[in-house]
Design a protein around this ligand. Structure first.
Ligand SMILES: Cc1ncc(COP(=O)(O)O)c(C=O)c1O
Length: 475
């Protein structure tokens, strides 16, 4: 027994040494179990034990059906730096800059590294087509006038409640509102809990669409330092809220955009408690909650909310199709106010789509689909990290997303990614410059890459071209 222990430990130490010396680099595949077993004259179980030990030490990761690979976890590539200082609230002004990116990045032939959109090849489009046809045939009255008004489809609400059963306490059916996408849910929430001129605390870096919403509603943004692994700083939020300035906190706790960070449960609990004590609303965007890379579906902050201050918003845009425009919210104590806003703003949500989704969820197909999709996104993110390691300058840092499918990249200080963007689109590659993730224009040397597409030769080539442009600036 002790002999065997020594053997697998010896192999683990040997491979670990090759990793820390850089002989085996992030993204490299380790020799297969069979090869190591043949070459070292060890049993397969001893080799597997050694590999598992390396996995526990965070040095390698197993990828389904592909073997073991050297991880990117801070061995040779540190993660992006975390900001620690609290800035003042600022007026938001991102729309002008964003319009240019949105227009140019979707030009035909442009490599799709900008918008956070999944490849259609990963989505169950055929199944959805069938369901649309079936629902329209079986429920002809759904298209009769007026059937949409304030009609949150009970079957869909039931499915949403059912899916939340494992969150320590299910959502209450009465607080659910079905929306046209997550964006509508976020906009309705902000309208309900703020007045123009109010301050909203946001993650920094944080998702630009949220910043646009603040801009359009005349709200100030207070950038809260956000750790690439553990998310928004609870201490900084505490400080800001103690000064009484925060009307709401708008954030993505599970696999944020752009960092992919995951708030620990303890921080979620503290935030829910703080919001209740200080009387501000938490608007939680849980769009990526189902797309986690860890074993367990992370709980939303909503699971820790006892006072009704947390509004959960989500949609199926990243898991089923962005074109469904189907989202929902659990509105807590703001339910009545938001339901009224919803009626005023859009009158309801397409009843056919609601029924399609209810049937898809009820059949169990959704759970099967996201089980595969999560692993696919994880693999695509890992491939993008490998490509960035290969083609970007050695001082580049990048995030270790805990879910979703975007990668945040920090380049050497001298690179201005807004200028780089102009050169990149000229060679057919789009990305989102870092400054769009900050209302005060921070992160000029950062960029976000979409990993929503299978890592094809075209994607690899686009990253290579980008790397070459960056090298031209650095040298
Ligand atoms: C964090 C986050 N929230 C909301 C959205 C938009 O979601 P929807 O298409 O459902 O409006 C996105 C899309 O990229 C996102 O990343």
């Amino acid at each position: 027994m002790s002999e065997q222990l020594l053997r697998y430990e010896r192999l683990a130490n040997e491979l670990g040494g090759l990793i820390s010396s850089g002989t085996l680099r992030p993204g490299d595949r380790l020799p297969s179990v069979r090869r190591l077993s043949d070459e070292r004259r060890l049993s397969a179980s001893t080799v597997v034990q050694a590999l598992r030990q390396l996995e526990d030490r965070g040095l390698v990761e197993a990828r389904p059906q592909s073997g073991f690979f050297v991880r990117h976890g801070g061995i040779t590539r540190p993660e992006p730096s975390a900001r620690t200082t609290l800035e003042s609230a600022v007026q938001v002004d991102v729309t002008q800059r964003l319009v240019r990116i949105l227009q140019t990045s979707s030009r035909p032939g442009m490599a799709p590294l900008a918008a956070a959109l999944p490849s259609p090849s990963l989505l169950p489009v055929a199944a959805l087509h069938r369901l649309y046809a079936g629902v329209a045939r079986r429920h002809p009255k759904l298209l009769e006038g007026g059937s949409h008004i304030n009609m949150d489809e009970p079957a869909l609400v039931r499915q949403l409640v059912r899916r939340s059963l494992s969150w320590g306490g299910p959502l209450a059916a009465e607080e659910i509102i079905i929306t046209n996408s997550c964006t509508e849910a976020l906009a309705l929430s902000l309208r309900a809990v703020t007045q123009p001129g109010d301050t909203v605390a946001v993650e920094s870096p944080g998702y630009y669409l949220m910043l646009q919403l603040l801009e359009s509603l005349g709200l100030q943004a207070l950038e809260i330092p956000t750790d690439p692994r553990t998310g928004i700083s609870i201490e900084a939020l505490e400080l800001a809220s103690r000064q009484g300035k925060v009307a709401a906190c708008l954030l993505v706790a599970n696999a944020s955009n752009p960092l992919g960070c995951l708030m620990p449960d303890e921080n979620k609990r503290r935030l829910a408690k703080m919001a209740a004590e200080r009387g501000f609303a938490v608007i939680e965007d849980d769009l990526y909650g189902d797309l986690h890379f860890g074993e367990q579906r992370p709980w939303p902050i909503k699971a820790f909310d006892t006072a009704g201050n947390v509004i959960l918003c989500a949609s199926f845009s990243k898991s089923l199709s962005p074109s469904l425009r189907l989202g929902f919210m659990a509105a807590g104590k703001y339910k009545a106010k938001i339901a009224l806003q919803k009626t005023i703003m859009s009158g309801g949500t397409n009843p056919i789509t609601q029924n399609v989704l209810a049937e898809y969820l009820e059949s169990g197909a959704y759970e099967r689909h996201i089980r595969t999709l999560r692993r696919t996104y994880e693999r695509q993110v890992a491939s993008m990290q490998d490509a960035v390691s290969r083609y970007f300058p050695a001082a580049t840092r990048f995030s270790q997303p805990q879910g979703g499918f975007v990668l945040w990249v920090e380049l050497p200080e001298e690179i201005d990614t807004a200028l780089l963007y102009e050169k990149a689109i000229a060679v057919g590659v789009a990305f989102v410059p870092g400054e769009l993730f900050s209302p005060s224009g921070m992160y000029r040397n950062c960029l976000r890459l979409n990993c929503g597409n299978p890592h094809s030769a075209e994607i690899e080539d686009a990253v290579r071209r980008l790397g070459r442009l960056i090298a031209g600036v650095v040298s």
